[in-house]
Write a protein that binds this ligand. Sequence first.
Ligand SMILES: Nc1nc2c(c(=O)[nH]1)N[C@H]1C(S)=C(S)[C@@H](COP(=O)(O)OP(=O)(O)OC[C@H]3O[C@@H](n4cnc5c(=O)[nH]c(N)nc54)[C@H](O)[C@@H]3O)O[C@H]1N2
Ligand SMILES: Nc1nc2c(c(=O)[nH]1)N[C@H]1C(S)=C(S)[C@@H](COP(=O)(O)OP(=O)(O)OC[C@H]3O[C@@H](n4cnc5c(=O)[nH]c(N)nc54)[C@H](O)[C@@H]3O)O[C@H]1N2
Ligand SMILES: [Mo]
Length: 761
Amino acid sequence: MSKNKSSIPGVKPYHGPAGGWGALKATAIAVRTQMDAFVAPKTLLNTNQPDGFDCPGCAWPDKEYHSTFQFCENGAKAVTWEATKKRVTPEFLAKNTVSSLLERTDFELEGYGRLTHPLSYDALTDTLQPVTWEHAFQRIGEILRAMPSPDNVEFYTSGRASNEAAYLFQLFAREYGTNNFPDCSNMCHEPTSVGLPQSIGIGKGTVSLDDFDHTQLIIAIGHNPGTNHPRMMGTLHEVARRGVPIVVLNPLKERALERFTDPQSVIEMATYSSTNIASSYYQVKAGGDAATLKGIMKTLIEWDNARGDILDHEFIAEHTLGFEAVIEDLNQTSWQDIESESGLSQADIESVALLYANSPATIITYGMGITQHNKGTANVRLIADLLLMKGNIGKQGAGICPLRGHSNVQGNRTVGITEKPSPEFLQKIEETFGFKPPSKHGHDAVNAMQAMVDGTAKALICLGGNFAVALPDSELSFSAMRKLDLSVHIGTKLNRSHLLTAKETFILPCLGRTELDVQALGRQSITVEDSMSMVHASSGKLTPASRLLKSEPVIVAEMAAATLSYSKTPWIRFTESYDLIRDMIEKTIPGFDNYNQRIRVPGGFRMPLPATERVWNTPTGKAMFSVFEGVKENKDVKGDDVLRLVTIRSHDQYNTTIYALDDRYRGIFGRRDVLFMSDVDLIARRLKEGDKVTIETVSENRKLKLENITVVSFSIAQGTVAAYYPEANVLIPLDYIDKESGTPSYKATPVKVYAQQQQVA
Ligand SMILES: Nc1nc2c(c(=O)[nH]1)N[C@H]1C(S)=C(S)[C@@H](COP(=O)(O)OP(=O)(O)OC[C@H]3O[C@@H](n4cnc5c(=O)[nH]c(N)nc54)[C@H](O)[C@@H]3O)O[C@H]1N2
Ligand SMILES: Nc1nc2c(c(=O)[nH]1)N[C@H]1C(S)=C(S)[C@@H](COP(=O)(O)OP(=O)(O)OC[C@H]3O[C@@H](n4cnc5c(=O)[nH]c(N)nc54)[C@H](O)[C@@H]3O)O[C@H]1N2
Ligand SMILES: [Mo]
């Protein structure tokens, strides 16, 4: 609602464009509160430079490796947060019991700074105490060797880990004997990894940055780049200025998708002007994208029936199978269902169809608004269908563009972090390392937590991340952590998952990406793969936060060596130079030929993407259309007063890492305990902005609720409400998932909202 002032503390509608001077100011604050003023500029200038480090912020690629520093506010926050001068010292930990730390917020916990010593939990004093690395590895090894079965252990990976660390991690777990690889991707783009191989033969996006220079239309669905992929804003800004239409589907009006001032543009900065990003913005209901996409497809087919030249018939005939079933299904899908499920009118949907019909080259970009639903995988396949209808894959300026999460989440999967390894990969591992890796499929993230809940999982080893906080159903997940015999966390900063201690808990502090990594054979680089399948090197420069830190590959290798006493794998030698690890990756995974040479070329190299050449690695050798049954993305929950809750990231957060308590573009300052709601829904509940409410999940068995939340009037689709992740994770049942991919449906929890006093009664 456009108001200039709000009397609610911390609520102040934001009217400017995204980016601009506000972004520069926010960067200055991030630098001032975290870093030494003289180290910061040099550090930031090293981000995404040929001999510098890859930005730990997001997975958007960079255009020219020789270019000047590309300014990005949230990249700067990610870098300064890691390069902070604050430290969690043994003295601090001696004074603060784990129970007292658990009472602090996630913001406070990470805010204490970088971990400096390997730690273990001492139950007698309820504190984390420094231990030697030797002791930690030896004890972890002992406990792991004593496990009844390797399948009692879960090996979690968060997507910031490098290819080298992730490769050693999967090798360790597989030689130990399990495929239990829960990873952050299971909560994120798994529907892409499961859906796209079925549709186009590869689970990755097909566009490159160059395609954005040639595209004639972008449809941006369910992602918020101003906050989460800020370097993408530079690309969208350029595309918009070329006059190319950008259609946005999003229940919330996200300011960066409306207008943006590019901090790189001298003119816009000097004149306080901005560029409109979306040419049209449709506030679809949460979970209404499938209906919208089906509406667009239905329109195209009707027009094509009349004119014959709307679809790419040649492409469909030569390259695809299954289109007839799609036509049949669309004939049976009623406009009434499409309109009620999407919240958009037929006329709106036809306007998008018209743009699409007229565009010779279209890119569809998408994020969590598509994947985190009960039918997330079917959603992704529907996007592929729409593109295939007009031959928009394997054509310049066109393609599918999933916006990945963590900066190396795509690379982790490429190098073997998967609970469902292919027989070819396992064969290569066996040939190369001489042990037989297990072939039985393992646990993904939700399965791993379920195994922890029912007691079959007894140990959890985390390569980064904040497993329990990232997962849904906090009450269940938190108590499951406490039942474990062993938890091990390789991390940079303290978080709640570290503090939900097991019988024995070890926290192993590692180097961050920004830090210098020197091993026996000299200074090391790691490698990462971005959203567009470009693999390149990253090498830190800063002095490590503590002398005791070890790199992630070294920690994994030493843990493996201490656990697998019989192993023939030369674990410690691998850490002398990461080139040796890369040689192993090259030997066992296709696409890494001449790995070590090619990453020494600035910009690196691109992994093979057969779909971009219209080679379809599906069982039929064709791109496959798929039918999305009905129009509902989520289990149908009846009731007039049921709302759909989406959980979102604020502008000042990186997943469970909270940098600060503001969400500038959404007009929230100094707090996170809010629920965004449309005026229509406020009135229907006799609520007014500022009222305190209880949010309750509509669920058959358990009562899940979140109290003391303040409602804020916002431009959001009627029937949809939004709250921040991870606070709202208490409301999401652990089994509320997309069955095809296992991904939690974080974007469509059915809830009821009551005024606080009603709840008490
Ligand atoms: N600064 C920063 N950068 C990040 C992250 C971060 O937390 N902070 N996280 C990283 C990670 S791991 C990821 S996965 C990405 C996440 O990047 P995004 O996918 O942008 O993440 P979300 O905040 O979950 O936002 C989803 C957007 O989808 C919209 N939405 C919600 N439900 C629906 C729906 O049903 N339909 C449609 N059409 N839209 C919907 C929301 O309004 C919101 O604008 O960003 C990565 N980059
Ligand atoms: N409700 C709701 N829940 C969600 C989502 C949502 O949209 N809504 N999104 C989901 C998504 S998309 C994702 S990807 C997951 C994220 O889940 P995770 O990846 O598990 O979570 P992060 O918050 O990114 O992890 C933060 C921690 O990583 C550690 N860390 C930071 N840098 C490094 C490093 O360089 N090395 C190591 N070893 N550790 C490091 C720090 O200790 C820090 O506390 O959350 C999911 N959960
Ligand atoms: Mo993610």
